[in-house]
Design a protein. Sequence first.
Length: 221
Amino acid sequence: MIQSICVIGAGRVGLAIAARLRERGLEVRERGAGGDVVLLCVPDRMIAGIAREIEAGPWIAHVSGATSLAALDPHVRRFGLHPLQTIARRRGPEQLDGAYAAIVSENEEARATALELADLLGLRPFALADEARALYHAGATLVSPFLVTLYREAAALFELAGAPPEALLPLMRRTIDNGFESTGPIARGDWETVEAHLQAIRARRPEVEPVYRALAEATAA
């Protein structure tokens, strides 16, 4: 049973996780103070170096979506737990509520420990193979950071057209609420309208044309 956790990293994810664990009554320790689990909430490039500095004994885990468990060498009591959620620093641990979490483990004991931690954090766990991490994380990147990029580019086009960018938000939310049902000119096969879009983009914001073309082709497919 997990009673104390050493959370290493005070970024957005680390702060939210530490706050949630304190809410659950667990002892959250500082680096070097031990604990039943050492949880690395640091940038991916730092995981392997920090793992090598930690004395073997407690469970060690990281919250990276893309990093293999091999980064935790030489530890053998290890697992991965990736909260599949975007975390904002201005908000608290409630951001974790109900989010899914990818669990990567190498044996039943590691899996049980990871599941216990997911439950403490209020996450909905699912198993993920270590070798599938890159594919999984690519999918997550398409719908979160790339969504931010899409919104920014769409907002720029709205501004050029004299339309309010905030008007895009209800449209985006309804698309999700409607179960991602495809609508618009491509779904209708209205290629004249698509070509008009491309001409307008080429004239006012040409750097967006390759993005629009690639997405149009993927949507048509």
